[in-house]
Design a protein around this ligand. Sequence first.
Ligand code: NAD
Ligand code: UD1
Length: 331
Amino acid sequence: MNILLTGGLGYIGSHVAVVLTEAGHQVTILDNLCNCKIEVLDRLEKILGRAPAFFKGDVRDQALVESILKEKQINSVIHFAGLKAVGESVQEPLMYYDNNVGGTISLLKAMKNCEIKTIVFSSSASVYGIPVYLPYDEEHPTRPQSPYGKSKLQVEEILKDLSDSDPEWKVVALRYFNPVGAHDSGLIGEDPAGVPNNLIPYVAQVAIGKLEKLKIFGDDYDTPNGTGVRDYIHVMDLAEGHNSALLYVSENTGFSVFNLGTGNGYSVYEVVDAFTSASSRKIPYEIVDRRGGDIASYYANAQKAKKFLGWSAKRGLLQMCIDAWKWAVLH
Ligand code: NAD
Ligand code: UD1
């Protein structure tokens, strides 16, 4: 199949580009480079032996998207392009709604004009909000707490309305949990600008000596050891989930939503222990106040993806840390 990856030079999209190319698909990437580096394209060429087709541009440029859809005879789109920093979305909500919601509307209009009606959308576990019960299944109420999470839910609603309006649309929204780790070549991975917000990129920089110590945001949560619990998922497992979702979506009309998580929760202390084993480095840490807006614990019920996509995550926490460490050392 000919597949367009919007935002395909970013962290998740670049790993999906590897998996889909290796599965025999023709991958085309559209990215405006607002949160990635063009070097990722060379790195993809090193891994794959050839670079995917690439267009530099914005998903909100409807004419450009239509020209790419036609020129590359695209069958399906995977829509990663968007902004993802929760804190920034609180400061700059218009920027988030414009890019994430406006960008998707523009993309969908281009697809409709070209009669391409198959799309996989990158949604997020942040659509669920404060847990009413755990693990979150796909029926859990959706009450996102930030403009970022709301933008993801709004897009899901638009996609649902669109597929209700025209039964030819084939739409899947994937709600990612906490993607971590990197391709085992160490050539691509997560490359946050400045000081990382997320736990594993921060821990990696402590292990390598760029940052002095980890600040653990609270050890008095109602969790087994008091630190926050999350469902970390290896980015290659997540990428493989997109291949399964693509097969599913090409055979099923309508709108479906799937959690992509492992179903296991790990605490901050467990992450520190696993990263210490993976890197053979000490990870100094101190306990500080809770981070505003943090939830004690959340993790996925991953049964629906297993049942309908035939997909489940295979790599454990140690593997996630080994690959995150390799990436941190090599890049
Ligand atoms: P990322 O920032 O690494 O990748 C997004 C890519 O989209 C970047 O390369 C960026 O340059 C590009 N982009 C952004 N706006 C664009 C636009 N208007 N036009 C063209 N390109 C644009 O992020 P990621 O971690 O790879 O996330 C991919 C998607 O998955 C995002 O939609 C994100 O919200 C979602 N998601 C990510 C996580 C996570 O923890 N990484 C969790 C849940 C959901
Ligand atoms: C954050 C985002 C979420 C996004 C996810 C992607 C917020 C509020 N939420 O969630 O939308 O989908 O990243 O992976 O930003 N921790 C520390 N010290 C640190 C960093 C984190 O103790 O320096 C703790 C946190 O308190 C939390 C755990 O580590 O318990 C994981 O944090 P993080 O990696 O930021 O992920 P989320 O909070 O799940």
